[in-house]
Write a protein that binds this ligand. Structure first.
Ligand SMILES: NC(=O)c1ccc[n+]([C@@H]2O[C@H](COP(=O)([O-])OP(=O)(O)OC[C@H]3O[C@@H](n4cnc5c(N)ncnc54)[C@H](O)[C@@H]3O)[C@@H](O)[C@H]2O)c1
Length: 269
């Protein structure tokens, strides 16, 4: 018996846009790992992505393993696409109970290295898109008797260093989640946020390459996380195991944030 048996899930940003790990066929990112794990736990999964081919790849992997999945093109910067992703999920599977907002891009840099149009793009993709998918999904979840949403933020929501627009949008996502969580708790819709630390995901391999040797010494657990470790945490928050958890933030970072003070003390010695 799976923890998400009978549930219908929409994973927004469920492709994996980047090269696979050496020796692996399928590239795995946080979104794809989450979609696959939701299906393994018994959910029927709608995989939405800007790049339909990447969404199809995820859906095909799920079906090849005996799960239920369908793919849809969706650019979260377009309101019409957000509405359609929710509507198509309901039309195809009969309802929507679970949603993961995994889309997140990183453009620009520090304040003086971020152009206004880059900031606008970051806001549109990393925050407005999540507002829109929730705006369309929550009424459907209420109709279905309840649901759960996980928004994928970042440790950059609470720590500087990744660029002003990324940090600002990821921090704002905490507020977006909290606000919806409190307002719709009585409707049995739970909303939580996950804050991944340094993860060896498709996004990182595309943008940065292999950073393991460089970053591992900074991380108390001594290595980057895997997308599967993010997916596990997301599935927990989606499942009834988290029935009393809403409006909160779960850091999954191998101790990176907790270890910051330790590193400073070491430097003082
Ligand atoms: N890897 C890390 O170290 C790390 C750390 C903290 C947070 N995160 C967060 O994890 C998420 C990404 O993880 P991933 O590994 O799945 O990355 P990914 O880039 O491989 O996958 C995200 C998917 O989103 C899609 N996408 C991009 N723009 C879109 C748009 N406008 N509309 C719809 N889909 C769009 C891409 O095509 C891609 O398939 C982001 O929210 C990111 O901020 C990652």
């Amino acid at each position: 018996m799976g923890r998400l048996d009978g549930k219908i899930a929409l994973i927004v940003g469920g492709g994996a846009d980047g090269p696979p790990n050496a020796g692996e066929q399928l590239s795995i990112g946080n979104g794809r790992a989450t979609a696959i794990m939701c299906a393994r736990e018994g959910a029927a999964v709608m995989v939405a992505d800007l790049n339909l081919a990447l969404a199809e790849e995820t859906a095909a992997a799920i079906r090849a393993a005996g799960g239920i999945a369908h793919a849809i093109a969706c650019d979260v910067s377009r309101e019409e696409d957000c509405r359609r992703a929710v509507e198509e999920t309901v039309a195809r599977f009969g309802a929507i109970h679970l949603m993961v907002n995994n889309v997140g891009i990183a453009i620009g840099g520090a304040l003086l290295r971020t152009a206004t149009d880059q900031f606008d793009r970051m806001y549109t993709v990393n925050l407005r898109g999540q507002f829109l998918t929730m705006r369309y999904a929550v009424p459907e979840m209420i109709k279905a008797g309840g649901g759960a949403i996980v928004n994928v933020s970042s440790l950059s929501a609470v720590m500087a260093g990744a660029g002003i627009a990324y940090e600002a949008t990821k921090a704002a996502l905490l507020g977006l989640s909290r606000s919806a969580a409190v307002r719709y708790a009585r409707d049995h819709v739970r909303v939580n946020t996950i804050l991944p630390g340094l993860i060896n995901s498709s996004m990182v391999r595309r943008e940065i390459g292999d950073r393991e040797a460089r970053v591992a010494p900074r991380i108390p657990l001594g290595r980057q996380g895997t997308p599967w470790e993010i997916a596990t945490a997301i599935v927990f928050l989606l499942s009834d195991d988290a029935s009393y958890i809403t409006g909160t933030e779960l850091i999954v970072d191998g101790g990176l944030r907790a270890g910051e003070g330790v590193r400073r003390r070491d430097a003082d010695r």
